[in-house]
Design a protein around this ligand. Structure first.
Ligand code: ADP
Ligand code: MG
Length: 680
């Protein structure tokens, strides 16, 4: 009998003390189970040594070479640097190490080793810094082994995690195979235990790929099974909120500065039909960025309010919550409807005030972030809940929001371009309305992919757009300068822009700023007082400033295409011609090819499809397209086949098999209970 249980605290593992525990907590690792579910983000493979002449900058390589000079030790500031020159049949190269004086004796002229490290340019010549040193025998043993590389945090090294996970896997009882043999056989799945072992410490690439497939199958299986339970339970709900369209909605629609598109009208009709049917509406509005989903949320909320009920709208960021609040609050006042904003950053006192108003029905519309699903929020008569940018939430959060009422109508909105066959599975408990039409008169965004040499041209262009009264976003991946990651940062970039365009009003925005500051900046940008907004991806979701016409993205190579598409969606929202400038911080054929896809089309479906083709089935660790969904390993696009198989398998499980599965896997049972927010 093994000692360790998966529910034990990580401190039960040898070598993990209180201090390490604290650091592990930052990675959301509390229990042994969390630890063994902390999956590698990639693997380091020991490839055979290559000739010195074929080493390339920035790449990790192993060379087999002889030392041809005596070690040279130099003191540079507080660093002691040892360097030697080595050679093989193809050429020679300098290797250097910092603060490792003890190496001197191992590196005598004439010795022969395998050195492995990353090549960098130092004063114009290629050197390998801090290479690891192996004898041929040592290296041979390492070859073909894939070393896991884990997501890390301060105080946690890869070595520590590797050891801890190894120990945990050795000492914990892993008999959690919950799938019946017939399913394992039919879908050719590796056992659950082996999958976990092979994912962390793969014997070879094939086994790794099978292990991943099994674990992804599990993720999808649990998800679709939970969803089917949810759907089943919803069937029995009766609905007390029969909502009829009223004059106010017609009026609101008539007063819009535009006509609804055909697709919007269709979706609106579907919503109206649902909510007056006597059944609970469970509907997904799927529409690309800029297709005009917000107005559908607004109309539905208004309809709930004028029928005498409450409606709430949950969004993933404060910036977006505030923006929706500003618009809706203004527009609804004339119908006598009061709206409240509820976000995490509000003071305790103002939160209490809002809770009170929600509870006694003083406000009818409540707009906010996750704060809306806090325990303290009690509604008076909640008839409709809307989640915007649903891909940023889990099903559980959506259900928690609706759990605040007596089976209120549910409307969720998402821009994720999921093909219909998959959407039916992933949103199995929802009916789907497609908003597959952009408002008329929109000019397609003009795109270009450039390198950093193009910046001055881009700045001149932005300057001109500003003169014409337009505004621009510039996105940088980082907030401030970093020692480890080489990428543009918002703070320094803002200075750069101020210099290049001294007459422009430039400000920056990033997630680490105080909520109040963020709100002020966003408001000023919305009003046009700020002309150039240098920002991190905090503006990625939902933000709507139709007067902004330029989206310039620095280090575009660091973003996934889905994210780039979302960012680009911040422009092209008004009648003016808009532009997207993707600046590549690094050269590379693959990078260029990927970004070219953005150049080819403004259509989210097309982009997702092309991205998939480019990555191919072997590419396990590319930038995930659907990183927002609730899966750790599975990617709905790349693993679409596994998703369908898992869905099919879940549907086929007999009642007895299910009970058996719940017995064997408490994790599975928990997942379903969590989903439903109650009992099985
Ligand atoms: P998304 O679907 O990305 O949430 P929004 O609802 O924010 O898009 O709409 C984007 C912009 O398009 C907004 O400025 C909105 O006012 C405008 N808009 C929405 N519907 C129409 C329409 N039918 N005609 C013209 N403009 C529209
Ligand atoms: Mg939106």
């Amino acid at each position: 009998m093994k000692e360790l249980r998966i529910t034990d605290s990580v401190t039960k593992i040898k070598g993990i003390g209180e201090k390490t525990e604290k650091s592990l907590n930052k990675l959301a690792i509390f229990t042994v189970s969390d630890l063994i579910r902390h999956y590698p983000r990639g693997y380091d493979a020991f490839e055979p040594p290559i000739p010195i002449s074929s080493i390339r900058e920035g790449e990790k390589a192993a060379i087999e070479a002889s030392v041809i000079t005596s070690p040279l030790v130099k003191q540079v500031r507080n660093l002691k640097i040892i360097s030697i020159r080595v050679k093989d049949a193809s050429g020679s190269l300098v290797l250097s190490w910092f603060n490792m004086p003890f190496l001197k004796n191992r590196l005598m002229s004439g010795y022969h080793y395998i050195f492995r490290g990353k090549a960098v340019y130092k004063n114009g010549v290629l050197v390998i810094e801090q290479p690891d040193i192996y004898t041929r025998e040592e290296y041979q043993r390492k070859m073909n082994i894939l070393q896991p590389l884990y997501p890390l945090t301060d105080g946690i090294t890869n070595n520590l995690l590797t050891k801890a996970i190894r120990t945990a896997l050795d000492e914990v009882e892993l008999n959690n195979e919950y799938l019946p043999k017939s399913i394992l056989k039919e879908y050719k799945l590796m056992s659950s235990k082996n999958a976990l072992l092979e994912l962390h410490f793969p014997k070879d690439k094939e086994l790794l790929s099978e292990a991943r497939r099994r674990l992804i199958f599990d993720e999808f299986f649990q998800f679709t099974l939970a969803l089917s339970y949810l759907k089943e339970s919803k069937k029995e709900w009766t609905n007390n909120f029969v909502l009829e369209e009223r004059q106010e909605c017609l009026d609101y629609e008539k007063n819009l500065p535009y006509q609804l598109t055909g697709a919007q009208k269709r979706a609106w009709d579907e919503i109206k039909k649902d909510i007056k049917s006597g059944h609970t509406m469970n509907r997904l509005i799927q529409g690309d960025v800029g297709s005009g989903k917000t107005v559908l949320a607004a109309l539905s909320l208004l309809l709930a309010a004028v029928n005498g009920y409450q409606g709430s709208l949950m969004v993933p960021t404060e910036v977006l919550a505030r923006q929706h609040f500003e618009t809706i609050n203004n527009e609804f006042l004339k119908y006598g409807i009061r709206t409240a904003l509820l976000t995490g950053s509000m003071t305790a006192a103002s939160k209490r005030d809002v809770y009170e108003k929600i509870k006694n029905g003083e406000v009818q519309i409540i707009i906010g972030t996750h704060a809306l699903i806090q325990e303290k929020v009690e509604y008076q008569k909640l008839a409709l809940v809307v989640t915007d940018e649903q891909h940023r939430f889990g099903v559980r959060q959506r259900e928690m929001l609706s759990g605040k009422g007596e089976h209120p109508h549910v409307l969720v909105m998402s821009a994720t371009p999921i093909p219909r066959t998959l959407a039916i599975i992933l949103y199995g408990d929802l009916d789907i309305s497609l908003v597959d039409e952009l408002p008329v008169g929109r000019l397609p965004i003009k795109n270009c992919v450039v390198n950093t040499g193009y910046r001055s041209t881009a700045y001149r262009f932005i300057g001109k757009q500003i003169e014409e009264g337009r505004q621009a976003y510039i996105i940088c991946p980082m907030v401030e300068e970093s020692e480890v990651i080489e990428a543009e940062n918002v703070i320094e970039y803002t200075e750069k822009i101020k210099e290049a365009l001294p007459h422009a009003a430039v400000e920056y925005l990033h997630g680490k700023m105080k909520a109040q500051e963020k709100n002020d900046i966003m408001e000023h940008f919305s009003r046009g007082d700020i002309q150039i907004l240098v920002s991190t991806t905090v503006v990625e979701v939902g933000v709507n400033v139709p007067n902004a016409t330029v989206m310039m993205i620095e280090n575009a190579e660091r973003f996934g295409l889905a994210q780039l598409h979302q960012l680009r969606g911040r422009v092209g929202r008004g009648k003016h011609q808009s532009y997207c400038i993707l600046v590549c911080g690094r050269e590379g054929k693959d990078i260029k090819k990927r970004l070219e896809i953005m150049n080819q089309s403004n259509d989210g479906f097309y982009i997702a499809g092309e991205d998939l083709k480019l990555r191919g089935p072997g590419d396990m660790f590319g930038i995930r397209q659907s990183g927002d969904m609730e899966f750790k390993l599975g990617d709905i696009y790349q693993d679409a086949k596994v998703l369908m198989e898992a869905n099919e398998a879940a549907a086929r499980l007999s009642k007895e098999e299910l009970e058996e599965a719940f017995l064997k896997s408490p994790e599975l049972k928990m997942k379903i209970i969590e989903f439903k927010g109650g009992t099985l």
